[in-house]
Ligand binder design. Structure first.
Ligand code: ATP
Ligand code: MG
Length: 760
C-alpha cells in the first residue's frame, strides 16, 4: 500500500475523522482526573476534620474534668490523702478514656492520685506540669509513659489556685493512648489511607495503621508545617512508596492554643485509578468502535472505490497493451465510478469496432488488389492466347474443309479443333475474370432472368435439390448483359448443387436494396445508390476460413482433378464487377452458403431505350469490298481467307498508313473496314474516323483480344461501331460482317446504342 494509494488515503481520511474524538476523550479524561483530585482533597479535608473534632472532644472533656477537679482541690485544703485518692478514683471511673488523675503541689510532687502509689513521685520535669505552671492555665504535655502504671499516655494539667489567688499546684489527667488508638481505628478509612495524631513535638499519639513503636516520631516532610499550627494540603510520597494527599490541621484547646495535630493522607492513586478505569473502559469501547469504523470504511472503500478503480486500471492497461476486448464490466454501476466505467467501456468498444472495421477494409483492399493482379495476369495471357487460338481454329477449319470427309487425317484435325475450342473456352473465362470480355449490357429485369433459367436449373441440379425462387414484386431493372447474367446464375447454382451431394435446398431471391438499407452494412465497396440483389442460398457443406478468401481466384478449386476448373466463380466475379456490381459470400462449414450479387439499379426510363439484340443471319456471305487492317499476319491471313471464301473482295493492310494509302489510291467502292483495335502508329478507332471522312458510308467492325471497354482512349462500342472479340471463328467473322453490312449506317447505329457507355 503506497503512500499515494487510494487505500492509504482512505485510511488517513478515516483517521482524520477519528482523531478529534480521541482528543475529546483525552480531554474528558483529564477533566475527570481534575475532578477526582478535587474530590480527593475534599475527602482528605473532611476526614482530617472528623478526626480532629473527635480529638477536640477528648481535649474539651479533659479541660472540663480538670477545671472541676482544680476547683474541688482549692476548696479542700488541707488535703486528706485517703479521701483525695478515693475521690479521684471515683471521678476517673466516671469518665472513660483517662487512665489517671492526680493532684500535684507547686513543686511537682504528686500528692494524691486515682491510682495509688507507694514511693514519692515528682513530675516537675514533665511538660504538662511546666506548661500549666508557666502559663497559669490549662495545658497539654507530650507523649509519655506514666510513672504510676507505665501506660502510654498524653497528659493535661490545670493550675489550682488558693483562696488568695495564689498558685497552689496543678491537677493532671492522663489520656489513655490505647483508647485514643481504638477510637481512631473506629474511623473507616479507605485502603492505604493514613491518619495520624501527634503531640506538639511530633511524637505519634495514635495512628492508623497502628504505629510500629510506641512513642515514635511522625517522620514526614509535612511535619514542620503541621507543627506550625497551620491547616493545609500536601502531596508527598511516603516511605512505603505510596503517594498520598495529606490534609493536616491542629486541634485547638482553650485560648485557641494547639494541643494536638492531626493529618489524614489518602492515596492519590485512588482517584486516578478510578478515572483511569473509566477512561480505559471508554477508550477500549471507543477503540473498538473506531477500529470497526476503519474496517467498514476500508471495506466499503475497497468495494465501492478501490476494487472498481483497480478493474478500470486493469482494463486500461490491457487496452493500452493492445487487447481491444478489454472491458471493465462495471458499466451498470451507478454514480461516478459507473459513469467512468461506462465511458471507458464505450471508448474501448468504439476502438474495437474501429479496429475491426479497419481490418475488414484492409482485408477487402488486399483481396481487391490480389484479384486485380490476378486479373492483369490472366487477361494478358488470355489476350495473347486469343490471337494464337484464332489462327489455330481458323486454319484448322480450312484444313478440315480441304481434307474432306473420309480423309485418314480428318480425325486428328477434328481432335486439334476440339482441343482448341476447349482452350478458347478457357481463355474466354479468363477474360471474363479479368473483366476484359465484351459485354452487351441491356436494361433487364433480374427476376425475368431467374424465371428464364428456372427450368434449365431444375434439370441441372437434379431431383434431390429443392429449388425455390422468391422474386420480390416491383424490383427495378439493372443494366447487364443477359447472357452473362445467366452465366452467373448457372455457375452459382452448379456450385450449390456440388455442395449438396446428398440433396438439400437452393433458394434464389431477387429483391431491391434501397440506398440507405441496413443490409448494406456500411460496406464501402458496394456501389452507392439503389441496388438490386440476386441471392443464392444453399444448405450445403459450406466453406471454412481457409477456402473462403480464395474462391474467386482463377483455377482455385477444392474439387478433384478433372471435376472442376476453378474458373466458375472467377467468371462470376469478372462479370459482376465489370457490370459495376459486387459479390458477397457468407458461409461456414456445415452451415450452407449464401452468395449475393449486387447490381446497380438502372433508372426506370432506361428500359424504354433498350433495344432487343439483332438476330444474326448465319453463314451468309456477300460480294462487298472489305478493307482488312490487322498487324498479326496469321490473323490477317485467316480473316482474308474466310472473307474471300464467303465471296467478299478483300483489301489487306498490316498498318494504318498502308490502309490510308489503299483508300486514297483505290477508286473502287469500299463497304466495310474490319480493323484490329490496337495497331502500330495509331489505333483502330482513330483510323476509322479518318477513313470515314474520306468514305462517309463506310461500315466499321472492330476486333480485339481485349474488351471494348479496355480499348484506346475513345470508347470502341460507344462509337456505335460493331465489335468482334477474339478468338473468332471464320463462321463468326463472316456472320458478323454480314450483320454489320446489313445494319443501319454508322450514324443511326450510334442512336441505337446510347447505353453502351457504362461498360468501360
Ligand atoms: N455453394 C458452395 N458451397 C461450398 N463451396 C463452394 C460453393 N461455391 C463455391 N465453392 C468452393 O469454391 C471453389 C471454387 O469454385 P469455382 O466455381 O470457382 O470452381 P469449381 O466449382 O471448383 O470448378 P468449376 O466451377 O470450374 O467447375 C469450389 O471448388 C468450392 O470449394
Ligand atoms: Mg464452379
Amino acid at each position: 500500500m503506497g503512500l499515494a494509494s487510494l487505500r492509504f488515503r482512505l485510511l488517513v481520511l478515516v483517521m482524520v475523522a477519528v482523531l478529534p474524538s480521541i482528543g475529546l476523550l483525552l480531554a474528558a479524561a483529564r477533566e475527570g482526573e481534575r475532578r477526582a483530585e478535587v474530590a480527593l482533597r475534599g475527602d482528605a479535608e473532611r476526614l482530617a476534620q472528623l478526626v480532629s473534632e473527635d480529638q477536640k472532644r477528648s481535649v474539651e472533656s479533659a479541660e472540663g474534668l480538670l477545671t472541676g477537679v482544680s476547683r474541688m482541690a482549692a476548696l479542700a485544703h488541707p488535703i486528706d490523702p485517703v479521701r483525695c485518692q478515693r475521690t479521684l478514683a471515683d471521678i476517673r471511673a466516671q469518665i472513660p478514656g483517662f487512665n489517671n488523675l492526680s493532684l500535684v503541689d507547686e513543686g511537682g510532687n504528686v500528692m494524691c492520685a486515682a491510682t495509688p502509689f507507694s514511693s514519692p513521685i515528682s513530675i516537675a520535669h514533665r511538660a504538662h506540669f511546666r506548661n500549666a505552671i508557666g502559663s497559669g492555665a490549662f495545658a497539654a504535655g507530650e507523649y509519655l509513659l506514666a510513672q504510676i502504671n507505665s501506660r502510654p499516655s498524653y497528659y493535661f494539667a490545670a493550675p489550682v489556685f488558693g483562696p488568695d489567688r495564689r498558685l497552689q499546684g496543678v491537677v493532671t489527667a492522663g489520656l489513655d493512648l490505647g483508647a485514643m488508638q481504638r477510637r481512631l481505628e473506629g474511623h473507616a478509612l479507605p485502603a492505604e489511607a493514613v491518619a495520624v495524631v501527634t503531640d506538639a513535638t511530633g511524637r505519634v499519639l495514635a495512628r492508623q495503621p497502628a504505629p510500629v513503636r510506641a512513642g515514635e516520631r511522625f517522620e514526614s516532610p509535612l511535619l514542620a508545617a503541621m507543627l506550625r499550627g497551620a491547616s493545609g494540603l500536601t502531596r508527598q510520597r511516603d516511605g512505603d512508596g505510596v503517594e498520598r494527599l495529606y490534609a493536616h490541621r491542629p486541634v485547638r484547646g482553650p485560648g485557641d492554643r494547639p494541643v494536638m495535630f492531626v493529618a489524614v493522607g489518602l492515596p492519590t492513586e485512588l482517584a486516578r485509578a478510578q478515572v483511569r478505569g473509566i477512561f480505559l473502559h471508554t477508550m477500549a469501547g471507543f477503540g473498538g468502535v473506531a477500529l470497526l469504523a476503519i474496517a467498514v470504511a476500508l471495506a466499503m472503500g475497497e468495494r465501492l472505490l478501490a476494487a472498481p478503480l483497480d478493474r478500470i486500471i486493469g482494463a486500461a492497461r490491457r487496452l493500452s497493451g493492445g487487447d481491444l476486448s478489454a472491458r471493465t464490466g462495471l458499466s451498470r454501476r451507478r454514480g461516478e465510478i459507473g459513469e467512468l466505467a461506462a465511458t471507458f467501456d464505450e471508448m474501448a468498444s468504439s476502438l474495437e469496432a474501429d479496429a475491426a472495421a479497419r481490418r475488414r477494409l484492409e482485408e477487402q483492399f488486399r483481396h481487391a488488389q490480389k484479384m486485380e493482379a490476378l486479373g492483369q495476369l490472366a487477361g494478358g495471357v488470355a489476350h495473347d492466347f486469343n490471337n494464337l487460338l484464332t489462327a489455330i481454329l481458323s486454319f484448322g477449319r480450312f484444313v478440315r474443309a480441304d481434307l474432306g470427309e473420309g480423309h485418314p487425317s480428318r480425325p486428328d484435325v477434328e481432335e486439334i479443333l476440339a482441343s482448341a475450342e476447349r482452350a478458347a473456352t478457357l481463355t474466354r473465362q479468363l477474360l471474363a475474370f479479368s473483366r476484359r470480355q465484351v459485354l452487351e449490357p441491356r436494361v433487364l429485369d433480374l427476376g425475368e432472368s431467374v424465371r428464364g433459367v428456372e427450368k434449365m436449373l431444375r434439370r441441372l441440379i437434379g431431383e434431390d435439390v429443392q429449388l425455390e425462387t422468391r422474386i420480390a414484386p416491383g424490383t427495378g431493372p439493372v443494366l447487364a448483359d443477359p447472357g452473362h447474367v445467366e452465366q452467373v446464375i448457372l455457375n452459382l447454382a452448379l456450385n450449390a448443387r456440388d455442395a449438396m451431394p446428398g440433396g438439400g435446398r437452393l433458394i434464389l431471391e431477387v429483391a431491391e436494396v434501397p440506398a440507405g438499407a441496413p443490409e448494406r452494412g456500411g460496406d464501402p465497396e458496394l456501389p452507392p445508390g439503389p441496388l438490386v440483389r440476386l441471392t443464392l442460398t444453399d444448405t450445403g457443406v459450406g466453406m471454412d476460413e481457409a477456402t473462403l478468401p480464395r474462391i474467386f481466384e482463377p483455377f482455385f478449386t477444392t474439387k478433384p482433378a478433372g471435376k472442376g476448373t476453378g474458373l466458375g466463380l472467377s467468371t462470376v466475379y469478372g462479370i459482376v464487377v465489370q457490370s459495376g456490381g459486387a459479390i458477397r459470400v457468407r458461409s461456414a462449414p456445415g452451415q450452407g452458403s449464401t452468395f449475393t450479387v449486387y447490381l446497380p439499379r438502372a433508372p426506370e426510363h432506361a428500359a424504354a431505350a433498350a433495344a432487343p439484340a439483332g438476330t444474326a443471319r448465319r453463314g451468309r456471305g456477300g460480294t462487298e469490298t472489305v478493307l482488312l487492317v490487322e498487324d498479326d499476319a496469321s490473323v490477317r491471313a485467316l480473316a482474308r481467307r474466310a472473307l474471300a471464301q464467303a465471296g467478299y473482295q478483300v483489301l489487306e493492310a498490316s498498318r494504318p498508313s498502308e490502309a490510308r494509302a489503299l483508300v486514297r489510291r483505290g477508286a473502287a467502292p469500299l463497304h466495310l473496314l474490319l480493323t484490329d483495335v490496337i495497331l502500330p502508329e495509331t489505333n483502330g478507332p482513330a483510323l476509322a474516323r479518318e477513313l470515314l471522312e474520306l468514305r462517309p458510308g463506310l461500315r466499321v467492325l472492330y476486333t480485339s483480344g481485349y474488351t471494348a471497354g479496355h480499348l484506346a482512349g475513345d470508347d470502341v462500342t460507344a462509337s456505335g461501331h460493331a465489335f468482334l472479340p477474339k478468338p473468332f471463328t471464320p463462321e463468326l467473322l463472316v456472320e458478323r460482317v454480314r450483320e454489320v453490312l446489313d445494319g443501319p449506317p454508322p450514324a443511326q447505329r450510334t442512336q441505337l446504342h446510347p447505353l453502351a457507355g457504362p461498360i468501360s
